[in-house]
Design a binder for this molecule. Structure first.
Ligand SMILES: [Zn+2]
Length: 455
């Protein structure tokens, strides 16, 4: 018997974490931290597994909303075995150490929430067992009398470096968890590779379930629109601020800008990057021959970049037309992109270009939905400000479009589909599309704390 219990990340994109019990072996898929919440409310509900077998945690990729809560899981279950791809392990080392610094600034400790320290992260990283794509690892439960053999293997998910879909096999049953999955090529990473088999259960993300795909252009078409808009601003002497996530989006957009410059589609200008993103870019470079890459010879470090954190006066960004790639992607308060955006607002010849998904209620959502001349209020503390700069939204997606998610169902032919990692509307759209197209398929919308039993 297989039990599936969502601990978080059901009906929202947040603390993604799902517990599976396969014939006594306790396996957790991902252990994320909600990026917009603080303290204990940002974690998956680990109370739900207090009295259950917990043997393994498999990590699909190194984004904070998929592994940020791992140190808390390890505090509660010190003997748990952690498994990821080698690239996810290398990236986790950077992002978890970085989040120690961020959490220490944000959180005044709560009774049940102690901010972890660098030493704990060092130990945790050392304990991660890593497996390359398509290399099976066998899992057996600690409390097991007869050893069932569950095998797990990672499939390239095309989302960020090291990202994986996870195939679990037990007896003749196959379960596939997509993690965050992208079937299309980006600038550096090619699209996902799905297992070449039928599965029984598909646990699938639904990020773009409520986004009309006609509003998303292909990467190539969007690149040209992006280049034309940047050129227009730079020709008028302005600079462009692009909020990006340090992991994934920064590397893809940086490579895109460079390729556009090299092919003469984009006017050459200073490019600013910095902070943890540069260390992450080095991990991308270091792994370029061992994972799927569009051009394995291309190194991100070969792109001339200036350090945005070394600029002492923000006015300098406006002296010459320049392109500034600054975290965070959703312009969360206190981050470089949030602080710089407030300067940008006042510059009538400059622009803020957003390039990815913006969660509602984030400053990035407010920015991406406003235009020159609007009056905006970013939070309770800031005054109403007039938007003097140009604001334009672009979509360079690292997730599959909703029709492509339905195609994954078509390819893997599951009897049961469990939808996770999306808004209620997103889950509704995908659920209805699957039910309409594949008669007899059972569809579940994962609800935190609500167990699904699979025979
Ligand atoms: Zn992700």
């Amino acid at each position: 018997m297989i039990k599936f219990l969502p601990l978080g990340g059901a009906c929202e994109i947040g603390a993604n974490s799902y517990y599976l019990n396969i014939s006594g072996v306790g396996i957790i898929l991902d252990c994320g931290m909600h990026p917009q919440k603080i303290g204990i409310s940002s974690l998956p509900n680990l109370e739900l597994i207090k009295n259950l077998n917990v043997d393994y945690v498999l990590i699909s990729h190194a984004h904070q909303d998929h592994l940020g809560a791992l140190p808390y899981l390890v505090q509660k279950h010190p003997y748990i075995k952690i498994i990821s791809t080698p690239q996810t392990r290398a990236l986790a080392e950077l992002t978890l150490h970085n989040s120690v610094t961020i959490l220490k600034q944000q959180v005044t400790e709560e009774p049940n929430f102690k901010v972890y320290d660098h030493e704990e992260i060092d130990l945790l990283i050392r304990s991660i067992e890593y497996k390359s794509y398509n290399e099976a690892v066998y899992l057996s439960g600690y409390n097991q009398k007869t050893k069932p053999t569950v095998s797990a293997s990672f499939y390239d998910a095309g989302h960020i470096l090291g990202s994986a879909g996870i195939l679990l096999e037990y007896n003749s049953k196959k379960i596939f968890y997509t993690g965050d999955i992208n079937l299309n090529n980006q600038e550096l990473l090619p699209g996902a590779i799905l297992p070449n088999t039928k599965v029984d259960v598909l646990i699938m993300e639904t990020t773009y379930g409520d986004t009309d795909s006609s509003t998303i252009l292909s990467w190539k078409e969007e690149s040209l629109r992006f280049a034309a808009s940047i050129n227009k601003i730079m020709n008028a002497g302005g600079s462009i601020l692009i909020p990006v996530f340090s992991l994934g989006k920064m590397q893809e957009i940086l490579a895109l800008i460079w390729n556009l410059m090299k092919t003469g589609k984009l006017t050459e200008a200073d490019i600013y990057t910095g902070g943890i993103a540069n260390k992450i870019s080095n991990v991308y470079d270091y792994n370029r021959y061992v994972v799927n890459r569009i051009d394995p010879d291309f190194e991100i470090s070969s792109i001339p970049q200036k350090d945005l954190y070394e600029v002492d006066q923000p006015e300098k960004f406006f002296k010459n037309p320049s392109i500034v790639l600054a975290p965070s992607g959703m312009m969360i308060e206190g981050t470089a992109s949030f602080n710089l955006a407030r300067r940008w607002l006042k510059q009538s010849n400059s622009a803020i270009f957003t390039v990815g998904y913006m969660e509602e209620k984030t400053p990035g959502f407010v920015f991406s939905n406003s235009k020159k001349g609007d009056k905006i209020k970013l939070n309770e503390i800031t005054d109403i400000e007039e938007v003097k700069c140009t604001i334009e939204s672009f979509r360079f997606s690292s997730h599959s479009k909703r029709e492509e998610l339905v195609k994954i169902v078509e390819r893997l032919k599951p009897e049961i589909v469990i939808l996770v990692h999306g808004s209620l509307n997103a889950i509704d759209w995908i659920g209805n599309a699957v039910l309409k197209k594949f008669k007899g398929t059972k569809v579940f919308a994962a609800t935190s704390g609500k167990e699904i039993i699979i025979n």
